[in-house]
Design a protein around this ligand. Sequence first.
Ligand code: 9YT
Length: 130
Amino acid sequence: MIVKHLNDIVNTKDDVDTPTWNSRRLLLNKDKMGFSLHDTLVKAGTETFIWYRHHVEAVYCIEGEGEIEVEGGRTYRIQPGMLYALDGHEKHRLRATTQMRMICVFNPPLTGAEVHDDKGTYPLLAHSMD
Ligand code: 9YT
């Protein structure tokens, strides 16, 4: 059994900070759960273009407000209690009006090193268990 606290992650290599988001990676590929689990802060007033070409991701907002614009599709308001799941590798723009706190789950699990490349993509560093 694995037991961790957010405080064990903050200011370690599993606390990944970028200009638009700060991802505290609670469970990673090394934990062998088949998914990774992140407590992510999306910074107020930012926009991030994201395309998870190799991963599916579920995102559950627990604090803050913003929106997600799906390329070629709709824009959805994000507020606490809102979930979106990128089951089709959708390209999207994430905008935070206020700082948003998001619980993110990835399959395949991230290894911990990933930040978005110039195409908004994370490289495939781990493989799905299925
Ligand atoms: C919500 C979102 O996709 N933010 C970008 C960071 C990513 N979720 C991560 O690595 O935690």
